[in-house]
Structure formats: structure tokens, C-alpha cells
Design a protein around this ligand. Structure first.
Ligand SMILES: Cc1cc2nc3c(=O)[nH]c(=O)nc-3n(C[C@H](O)[C@H](O)[C@H](O)COP(=O)(O)OP(=O)(O)OC[C@H]3O[C@@H](n4cnc5c(N)ncnc54)[C@H](O)[C@@H]3O)c2cc1C
Length: 362
């Protein structure tokens, strides 16, 4: 067993783990980030990688957290000012759906987007520059260390690692590591088609999004599902030199992370969902590569941000419904609560309470 590293150990280097690591470095705290090497192929591990990265500049619900999330562009702009290009930029929005008036109005709504091809390429560079210690492996399991001295992690590379303060930011992998997390943290499978170029027929680049996301409604029903259910949201956003098309969301009863659906079956569902939508039909045969990932969400809306009940030294940062809007605001607050002096940490805790995300078991 190695000597435990000082500071905080984070499991998962998607959006949540990475922005939390940066925020902790801002507090002067040492951070080790454990993250598996990037996988290739149809199934990979990170929701962040294939996210639309859409940032609506207005609240999507009448809650303090949604109001905060509506201002996420400001946080992304500040992050870019400090760390260089992260893929964030103002974007043209084109809503499509039944209400024609919304389609027209959408062009003037405040909207921006994070290009996840840029973000994923830049994150390792800026984490290294910020002094975050990387550990390129997967955590197989974790257990409380003897005498309450933190947590012992078994790693895929055969090593064992002790963490005095451990944060689970492993998205859909969180529950596999610690099954006693609150039930409202669930998992779905998401799939998109990655297109080599933005379709020329749509003119200049824009985010084409449905007026209502069926995924949100499906996630709300997750706790009551008696059989597997899936929906397709017909969106299209630029990503790198190409685009992401469609979004298949598939949830199994109980919302546990099980084997991924067969890629061929997911592609068939995704394309048939597009074909049955008045806007999506034109794009349902578009050549593209299927990308499929597991996604964590909370059926009650509020994500898990804070210490895990009855597990001293174990924290969780996961279950975001709109991570790109929520994480940039919540990560600095959680870092402040974890690492700042008592008075400042107490202020952060009060703010997390006001936002309805504290305590985790509440
Ligand atoms: C198709 C799609 C479109 C989306 N569109 C939007 C959008 O427009 N706007 C928005 O705000 N949000 C959107 N989201 C949601 C957003 O992408 C997520 O909220 C966000 O990316 C979650 O980040 P995360 O870091 O919590 O999880 P992830 O990105 O999934 O990261 C978790 C990481 O933990 C790692 N991990 C898991 N288990 C282990 C382990 N045992 N050991 C070590 N590492 C482990 C995984 O490999 C992964 O890299 C979308 C999601 C999808 C799938």
C-alpha cells in the first residue's frame, strides 16, 4: 500500500471530475484524478464526449439551480479566459417542432454551445498545466480503509491506492463503485450518430434542437418503469469538423447500469426514431458512426453534490440533467466546501443548500 496522497482523489475525468479538479487546484489543494485511458469504438465511457454541449441562456425550470444554470455561459467564458479555448462559443439556435412561433423566435434566444471535440482534446493539457496528478486506469472497487483512515481503491493496473478524501465523479460508474448511493441516481444508455460533416442542406452551422426533449420526460418516469423504454430526440449540433445527429435514450427498469445495448440495434432505433419525426426524417439515412455511452441522471432533478451519508470521507458529484450548464457553477462551490477555510466552506454549504442539492441524502 502506498502512502495516501495529500488532498483529494477524484474518480472519473469527464466534465464533472475535470472541472472539480480545476476548482480544487484553485483552492490550492493537491488533486489526483483517476480516469481510464480513452477508449475507442462504438461504446466508450464518457457522456461528456458525445454531449451536444448545449447551453440555453434561460432557465429550463422554476428552480434556483435552473436559474443558476441559465448563466453558465458566463462561467464558460471565464474558464476560457483562464485556460484557453475549451470549445465554448455563442451558437445560433434553431428550434424545430409543432409550435412555429417558437421556431422563429429561437434565432434570437441567448444560446451557446461547448464543442466537445475541442473540450476533450484540451482537457488533459489544461489539467496537467494546473498540476492535477493523472492516474490512467479504472477503479475496480473501493472499500473503507481500516480504522476509518479513508478509502482503499483496487485499480485495474493491479495497484491498490488509499485516498483520505475521495470524490466519485464517475457518471454512470458511480453506483457500481458504491451501490449505497441514493436511489434517485440512475443510468441510461445514450446513442448519437457522428457525422463527418455538418449537412450542407442546413446552411450555415447552427444547433438544431427539438422544442421539447422526450428524454427529460422518460427520465422523470424512470422510477416507475416496468419494462425497458426508449425515446429519440431529433437534434443536430456541430462537433469538431462534423456533427452529432439524434439522441437515443434507453432506460431499463430500476435504472441500473447493465450491459450496453447492441450497437446495431441502437442504430436501428435511432434511425427509426428520426424517420418518424417530421424534421428528422430528412436525416434518418445520413451516413454516420454510432457512438454509445452510459449516462447518469437523477430522476428527482437535483444532482448529487456532497458527502455520501454514512460513508466518512466519501463524496459524490454526479447525476446532472444538464451537466454543461450545472457543473461549471457547482464545481467551484463543491471545491470551496471541500477545501476552503471553515468560514468560506460554510458559505459554500449554505449556497448548495439554497440551490436544493445539499445534503445528498435530502
Ligand atoms: C447525447 C447527449 C447529449 C447531451 N446533451 C447535453 C446538452 O446539450 N447540454 C448539457 O448540459 N448536457 C447534455 N448532456 C449531458 C451531459 O453530457 C452530462 O451531464 C455530463 O457530460 C456528465 O458529465 P460527468 O462527468 O458527470 O459524466 P461522464 O462524462 O460520463 O464522465 C464520467 C467518467 O467516469 C469514468 N469512470 C466511470 N467508472 C469509472 C471507474 N470505475 N474508474 C475510473 N473512471 C471511471 C468514465 O470513463 C467517464 O469518463 C448530454 C448527454 C448526452 C449523452
Amino acid at each position: 500500500m502506498q502512502t495516501p496522497p495529500a488532498g483529494v482523489v477524484i474518480v472519473g475525468g469527464g466534465l464533472a471530475g475535470s472541472l472539480l479538479a480545476l476548482a480544487l487546484r484553485d483552492q490550492g489543494t493537491a488533486v489526483t484524478l483517476i480516469h481510464p485511458p480513452v477508449e475507442s469504438g462504438a461504446v466508450s465511457g464518457s457522456a461528456t464526449e458525445i454531449s451536444y454541449g448545449a447551453l440555453p441562456g434561460w432557465p429550463l425550470a422554476p428552480t434556483p439551480l435552473a436559474r443558476l444554470a441559465a448563466g453558465a455561459s458566463r462561467q464558460w467564458r471565464q474558464l476560457q479566459q483562464r485556460h484557453g479555448d475549451l470549445g465554448w462559443r455563442p451558437q445560433r439556435l434553431q428550434l424545430h417542432g409543432e409550435r412555429a412561433v417558437l421556431s422563429v423566435v429561437s434565432r434570437w434566444l441567448p444560446f451557446s454551445q461547448v464543442d466537445t471535440a475541442v473540450l476533450m482534446a484540451r482537457l488533459p493539457v489544461l489539467l496537467a498545466a494546473a498540476g492535477v496528478q493523472p492516474r490512467a486506469t479504472r477503479v475496480q472497487s473501493l472499500a473503507p480503509a481500516p480504522a476509518g483512515e479513508g478509502w482503499d481503491l483496487s485499480l485495474d493496473d493491479g495497484a491498490t491506492f488509499r485516498a483520505l478524501c475521495l470524490v466519485l465523479a464517475a457518471g454512470a460508474g458511480c453506483r457500481t463503485l458504491w451501490p449505497m448511493l441514493p436511489e434517485r441516481l440512475r443510468s441510461s444508455w445514450a446513442a448519437v450518430l457522428e457525422l463527418p460533416a455538418f449537412p450542407a442542406g442546413l446552411g450555415r452551422s447552427a444547433a438544431w434542437l427539438p422544442q421539447r426533449f422526450a428524454r427529460v420526460e422518460l427520465e422523470r418516469r424512470a422510477a416507475t418503469l416496468e419494462q425497458l423504454d426508449w425515446v429519440v430526440d431529433p437534434g443536430l449540433v456541430p462537433r469538431g469538423s462534423g456533427a452529432l445527429l439524434g439522441q437515443l435514450s434507453l432506460i431499463r427498469p430500476g435504472g441500473a447500469l447493465e450491459q450496453p445495448p447492441l450497437p446495431a440495434q441502437s442504430e436501428e432505433q435511432l434511425r427509426s426514431g428520426l424517420a418518424s419525426d417530421p424534421w428528422g426524417a430528412a436525416w434518418s439515412r445520413q451516413p454516420g458512426r454510432l457512438r454509445q455511452v452510459p449516462v447518469a441522471f437523477c430522476d428527482g432533478g437535483a444532482p448529487l453534490v456532497g458527502p455520501v451519508p454514512q460513508a466518512q470521507g466519501l463524496w459524490v458529484f454526479s447525476g446532472f440533467s444538464a451537466g454543461f450548464a450545472q457543473v461549471p457553477a457547482l464545481a467551484p462551490l463543491l471545491a470551496q466546501r471541500l477545501a476552503a477555510a471553515p468560514e468560506s466552506a460554510a458559505r459554500a454549504e449554505r449556497r448548495l443548500q439554497q440551490l436544493g442539492v445539499w445534503p445528498v441524502g435530502g
